[in-house]
Design a binder for this molecule. Sequence first.
Ligand code: 3EB
Length: 292
Amino acid sequence: MTGSRGVALDDLVLPSADLGVHTGLAGFGDAWLTGRSEGRLRYAEADGFLYVSAVVPPSVRYAEAVRALYAELFALTRRMGYPTICRLWHYIGHINGTTADGLETYRDFCVGRALAFEEVSTAMPPASAVGSAHEGIGLFLLATRSGGLTAIENPLQVPAYRYPRDHGPKPPSFARAGYLRHASGGTLFLSGTASIVGHETACPGDLDGQLATTFANVEAVVHERNLARHGVAAGFGLADFDRVTAYVRHAADLAAVESACRAAFGAGTAVRLHRADLCRADLLVEVEGVIR
Ligand code: 3EB
């Protein structure tokens, strides 16, 4: 792998020191080191944003611990005066493994997260949820003081929070993207996006097909027509992304995914790659990104 912008070849570890890269926001680079903590939540404030990180320790089941952690997160963001959750990242050990109750780890995580959202009126935030080489679950949250986040869905996909029960007892609680209006313009946070059409995996076992479907999904989310139907007067294409991160299930696919991303997004987009397991066993690639 020879990515000129620096390609991560390692298995994904908790990228806490990478928040500036994740979000394009300055000021959070060393939040993990400098932040304050409250209970098991670590947090830092910069530029009107609150960044929180937390870890759910390794366990044989996760739903209740995830529900409780989310309740703490909602309480902290409100108490600190950052009520709008702009973005969440979840890094889940053994994501495709099985809990003591026989449920896939990711699906068990989704149960706890959904229960937490059922207790509040918080809108679904943009998110990513991928595997981690670490045990347990690492969670990173970005919240803002301003209330101007619009949740964006994808016309080609069923909203994740309405997935049928084929994909687990409780659906995943996230929006496909969020558009944040602020004084200096707008920022679009694209959730992890994969080869899913409707609610079903498209092109299982076919990397090129999954890449094409994924890019088509990204285009559909950020297109002017789609943003307009959400009341956002803006429109973007793939070339407008400042940065994208591609999570790749098989190390052998990293080079192909890197060239596909560089071709699709173009020279103006910083591309980062991580090898990581993904939330459905048949997904080979997932792409997230930021447009500023
Ligand atoms: C999907 O579209 C693919 O559970 O937070 C992408 C982004 C995915 C976020 C999450 C899951 C999540 O269903 C997986």
